[in-house]
Design a protein around this ligand. Structure first.
Ligand SMILES: Cc1cc2nc3c(=O)[nH]c(=O)nc-3n(C[C@H](O)[C@H](O)[C@H](O)COP(=O)(O)OP(=O)(O)OC[C@H]3O[C@@H](n4cnc5c(N)ncnc54)[C@H](O)[C@@H]3O)c2cc1C
Length: 380
């Protein structure tokens, strides 16, 4: 739902997008479900999504994108999750990194392909012993003449095996955290696919960097500027996470209501019971609140405001709505939701991934508490 989301293309565009993405989801339902089961990336469907502008919402049309802003990004992510399509989240983050910090050469080389879905981007930040805390990363990049030599291990990397370019965060001695655009054909990189329970259309991987040499011009932003490149991207991409969670919640509630209204129990149907009606009321209220917070954060982002707190609040409220809805809808669907050929088990797993990845619930709450405790102006 987009109660107060202000699309630069108008409300008719939002409605047309919703209709088009529903039809697209219906067309590819069986194939997407099969890819989900196998834990594989549906490349051809992804490229078609790219041609429709759904992979490059915030990139300029001249660079192959849709030419929209954060509002359009949110609307697309919500519909992606509503119809279990392929999340463009990793790709959009890549485009935001490049749009904000890329040199003209880096943008020309990578942006159009990533925006159109023909060039696959991955982000290699998390490590086996460090993910929530950037300060604990150990992957190193040592300067050697006009090159950097990267050594270390990365984990949980969505599309790490499929990627053509991997934005890799490593510590440069003396300078600090730095982001590198590492081409997938770099010598010394080993990639192994792993098998996540959720978001299975974007398979994960473990990557080892063994003396991987990259040219100086592969640094994104400045040497030692890794923290700023990270924060500026994640502050906005949290809204993509929030929007997908809102889409999961709407899908779970819509499907559960449709089932429960038609499910007889004795002389009643499941939705006749007040306890179940209250679950519907609670779930809808939480989704509504999360959508409003998301819409407001997106509008502020498009207006160029500081959105660190609004985007964090939006994802935190979306997690609450999503976890409540996908858990409690079992009161409406009963055993029907406990089989692998229904959608509910996958929704439980997808929700758990977004509770952790892209900013875990605990880290979001830490940030909200820090802001509220340090700024009396937030509570007048
Ligand atoms: C399916 C999937 C896809 C992912 N995709 C990518 C990707 O493409 N690229 C990438 O680099 N990473 C990716 N990640 C990694 C993800 O960002 C990390 O899992 C996340 O940052 C949390 O790290 P961790 O799981 O190692 O938790 P840890 O850092 O080990 O923390 C363990 C738990 O403690 C909590 N915790 C940590 N610090 C605090 C604190 N200060 N206060 C309170 N609680 C705290 C955490 O929230 C977590 O619940 C992905 C993860 C998954 C599961």
């Amino acid at each position: 739902m987009y109660e107060v989301l202000e699309s630069r293309f108008g409300s008719e565009w939002l409605q047309a997008l919703t209709d088009e993405m529903r039809l697209f989801g219906n067309k590819y339902r069986q194939q997407l479900d099969a890819f989900t089961k196998e834990g594989m990336f549906p490349r051809d469907i992804y490229v078609e999504m790219g041609q429709r502008g759904w992979v490059g919402p915030t990139t300029a049309t001249a660079q192959g994108g849709l030419g929209g802003g954060v509002a359009e990004y949110c609307a697309i992510c919500e519909q992606v999750a509503r119809h279990s399509l392929i999340s463009p989240q990793i790709s959009v983050q890549g485009q935001q990194w490049l749009n904000r910090w890329g040199t003209p050469q880096q943008q020309a080389r990578y942006l159009p392909g990533i925006a159109q879905g023909t060039l696959i981007f991955a982000e290699a930040i998390s490590e086996p012993d460090a993910a929530s805390s950037l300060k604990a990363l150990t992957c190193r990049a040592e300067q050697s003449g006009s090159e950097f030599v990267i050594n270390g291990r990365k984990t949980h990397v969505n599309l790490g095996v499929e990627a053509d370019v991997l934005l890799t965060y490593a510590i440069v001695p003396e300078a600090g955290l730095t982001a590198f655009l590492v081409p997938a054909n770099a010598v010394g990189m080993t990639r192994r696919q792993t098998d996540p329970i959720g978001l299975r259309l974007l398979p994960t991987s473990e990557i080892t960097f063994d003396n991987v040499r990259v040219a100086e011009d592969s640094v994104l932003g400045r040497v030692g500027g890794g923290f700023e490149t990270f924060v500026t991207t994640f502050n906005v991409s949290r809204l993509g996470n929030a929007s997908e969670i809102i889409g999961f919640s709407e899908r779970a509630l819509r499907n559960a209501i449709d089932y429960a209204k038609a499910r007889p129990v004795g002389s009643s149907v499941v939705t006749d019971f007040q306890g179940n009606q209250w679950i519907v009321a609670e779930a809808y209220s939480k989704i509504y609140a999360a959508s409003l917070a998301r819409d407001r954060a997106a509008n502020l982002a498009d207006a160029g405001e500081d959105v660190a707190l609004p985007t964090t609040l939006a994802k935190r409220l979306a997690i609450e709505a999503g976890e409540y809805t996908v858990n409690e809808c079992y009161s409406l669907i009963g055993s029907h939701g406990l089989y692998t050929d229904t959608d509910y088990g996958q929704l439980l797993h997808d929700m758990k991934v977004y509770r952790v990845a892209g900013g875990s619930l605990e880290i979001l709450k830490n940030y909200i508490a820090k802001r509220v405790l340090s700024d009396d102006g937030l509570l007048r």
